[in-house]
Structure formats: C-alpha cells, structure tokens
Design a protein around this ligand. Structure first.
Ligand SMILES: [Zn+2]
Length: 388
C-alpha cells in the first residue's frame, strides 16, 4: 500500500472539515490542536489552537480532555499528518475526531486569525528539560512558571527552601520581604544564608544566593517590615504569597491582605519537631475554601505560641515544611494537580508521621465571611517579621 492509498483508507472513518468550520466551532467548545512540529509552529499557529506535536499527542491529549465525546479537530501543514493522527486518537477511544482539510496552509489562505505561540528558547528548554518531560507540567506549565510572580514573606527557615526551589523551578519573579539581618544562630536552618553574609541584611544575602542559582529570574527585595500601610502596595501584582513568618499578627495581616487581593496564601509554620502546611485561598472559584482566620480565629496566649528563638526548632524541620510549601506554590502557578485547600497537613518529625485534617470555611469568620474585607483590623506587636 502506498501513502495515498493509506490516507484514502483513513478518510473512510475520519471525517475532514474545512478551516472555516474549524474556526467557528472552536468558539463553541471544540478543541483545535495544531500537531505540527515546534519548528513549524514557531512562525504562527491558529489563534485558538493548542500546540501539541504529533509525536506527543497520544500522551498529552489525556491532559486536555478525558471526555471521549469531545469534538477534537487536528490540524497539520496540509491535512495529511492530521489524518493519521486523528486515526490514532480514534483508536484510543475518542469518537469525535476530525482532520482539518488543507491544514495551516489553507488556514492562512482563508486569512483566519493566527498567533505566534509563546515557546521556550533552546537555553530554557534545556535548563527545564526535566519539567518538560512531565505531561502535567510540560512546556505550557514551564512558561506559566517563568511568567509567575511569587512573594515570600520572611527569608528564614521556611522562606529559604521556598525561595531556592522557586528560583530553581524558574518562577520568573521572586519577591522577598524581611527586615532582619543574618545572625549566626540562623545558619542552623536558614540555608539561603552563609557565614560570609552574617550581619548583612537577609534580603541581600538571599538575593546573592538566588542569583547564583538562577541568573535569569527577577528578584525584588523589600528590606522593611510588613505593615497594614505597605502590605497592599507590596503584595499587589504577585500571583501568590508564601508565609514563612513566626508570629500570629503578621500571619493575620498576610491573610487579610491575601483575602482582599484574592491572592492564594501558602502557609507554613514549625514548632520544635512539628510542622504545618496549608493553602488559604477564599477566592478560589471552584469551591468555598477557608482563610487562615477560619483555622485560627484568635491567636493563642503567648505562652502557648513561643517563637523559635524562645522554644527552639529542629533545623531541618522548616526545610521539610518549606519544600512542601514550594511544591504547593509551583502546582498553583503552573496549574497542575490539586492545591492543598481545606486541609491542614501536619508533620511530626519525632514519630515520622504525616496527618491531614479537614478544615472548613467558618460561617462566623470575622474576615473572609465578612461583607467588608476592605479594612485591616489592628495588629499588635508587628515589630519585625520574625521569620522562623
Ligand atoms: Zn476565614
């Protein structure tokens, strides 16, 4: 059998559609996939199309839709490769797969909308190759990370691994706020800092370390306290906030600003051998989720909430917690997996156990369930960030 005969055979069970019909249907829920190779697509692709090269189609289609009745239109350069690819998808169980007749050549002839898709350059494709190999993340997720902005509050024990892993993952802009200087007692756990940066501002020390790890990303530093007067100005424009602070008042302030600005708040905390992680995001559209005040409506008495400086902490513990926080942030920013919402994850290092507790939005929450979230209550004792 020659190629032409093979294509004719496929046409008997794969319908062909014209470009105009494909264009109209994509605005009505059909998925249009440009299956050409990267080199072909970088000059332009149909505006509403996903770009998945033919060789990856079978693996990646399941991330786009698991609905076997979904209308899927495949487009290549001239409408030949798309026939073969459509036949493969049909064999996988997708019932409504079509090949776009004439392909991208015809799309351009009909002057239909074309866009130049965002793609990783060779340097970044190499650097983040291990991410690109994961279908759930891939080039699309990596591009999102590179365009993302994360604010880390506290360059301490939790903020250190968070910052390092976000920088390593290629989060394009990392903001760090901390008004403290590096102390020798920090080096037991705050792995952003070194003996050489003792007595220098933590944000400068952090920037130096992160710059060595990834010179491509933007690092914004804020060598100041977070207060109700500057919180919105600093947080605005960030896609996510990571709270690695060590006192309830700052956590409430971070929570309240995140609720108001609708920013997800990844929270980590530690006490001696125990760590906690949760994601608070009341603006999450898919379901009702709690804020930090839903979990802790009032701060515990000071004697029950001593700081690390008072109570001590196992140095590696904020590392575990920070890595879990960084994982949640990367999932949210690259849009894969399910964020740790409505859950409190507790890690006990002494017993080597993880526990997960369900947490709900409180109907009587004084903040996220209040009609007016424009105000900031009084926060006492925010003298410093007291990063863990
Ligand atoms: Zn709440």
């Amino acid at each position: 059998m020659n190629v032409e005969a093979y294509l004719e055979k496929i046409k008997k069970h794969i319908p062909e559609i014209d470009v105009q019909f494909a264009f109209e249907q994509t605005s009505k829920g059909a998925i249009l996939i440009d299956i050409r190779e990267k080199d072909e697509v970088k000059q332009g692709s149909p505006e509403a199309a996903l770009q998945i090269p033919k060789g990856l189609l079978e693996m990646q289609i399941m991330n786009e839709t698991s609905n076997s009745e979904q209308h899927i239109f495949l487009l290549c350069a001239s409408g030949r490769r798309s026939l073969v690819a459509a036949s493969n998808l049909k064999a996988m169980g997708y019932e409504n797969v079509f090949s776009v007749k004439g392909g991208f050549k015809e799309w351009k002839n009909q002057v239909l909308p074309v866009t130049v898709p965002k793609m990783l350059d060779e340097d970044k494709a190499e650097r983040y190759k291990r991410h690109l190999l994961i279908p759930e993340l891939g080039e699309k997720g990596q591009l999102k990370l590179l365009e993302s902005k994360a604010l880390i509050v506290g360059a301490g024990g939790i903020g250190s691994p968070v910052a390092l892993y976000l920088a390593a993952a290629g989060v394009g802009t990392i903001g760090i706020i901390d008004n403290d200087v590096v102390d020798r007692t920090n080096l037991q756990r705050q792995i952003l800092h070194t003996e050489a940066t003792v007595n220098t501002p933590k944000v400068e020390s952090a920037k130096k370390t992160l710059r060595q790890l990834n010179s491509d990303i933007t690092i914004n530093t804020y060598n100041e306290r977070l207060t109700k007067d500057n919180v919105e100005e600093i947080m605005s424009g960030y896609d996510i906030v990571l709270d690695g602070t060590d006192n309830f008042n700052t956590r409430y302030l971070i929570n309240d600003a995140c609720v108001k600005l609708k920013i997800p708040n990844v929270h980590g905390s530690v006490f001696r051998f125990e760590g906690q992680v949760a994601v608070f995001w009341p603006a999450y559209a898919a379901e009702e989720t709690p804020c930090y005040r839903c979990l802790y409506p009032t701060p515990p008495p000071a004697e029950f909430a001593p700081s690390c400086a008072e109570a001590g902490v196992l140095g590696v513990l904020p590392g575990v917690v920070g890595v879990l926080c960084a994982t949640e942030a990367i999932k949210i920013l690259a849009e894969f997996g399910k964020p740790m919402l409505k859950k409190l994850l507790v890690y006990n290092a002494l017993d080597s156990e993880f526990f997960t507790y369900d947490i709900e939005k409180r109907p009587d929450c004084t903040y996220c369930n209040c009609d007016d979230v424009s105000h900031y209550p009084d926060y006492q004792n925010i003298d410093s960030l007291c990063a863990v």
